[in-house]
Design a protein around this ligand. Sequence first.
Ligand code: SF4
Length: 88
Amino acid sequence: MDFPCTKCGACCRNVHLAEQTRTLDRGDGCCMHYDDTSKLCRIYDSRPAICRVDVQFTLHYQSQMSWQQFCELNVAACSQLAQWEQQK
Ligand code: SF4
């Protein structure tokens, strides 16, 4: 099962919120690799490991939970971030 990313772009537009992604900030909180027009990553195939849900699961979480559980937690986080973004 692939991670059910909706390509909303909320995570890419708010890299300033996490210490692990802050170095990608182009100065306005958005990632320097984010394409504002297409709303997609311009370096998707070579994006950093921190942007790869499957890699993060393997490196840090697979001993603690199933892939299904990890996806559900991340989908919930995505939803909260998108809602926060709409309210600011
Ligand atoms: S590198 Fe790509 S996937 Fe990662 S935050 Fe930037 S735009 Fe998003």
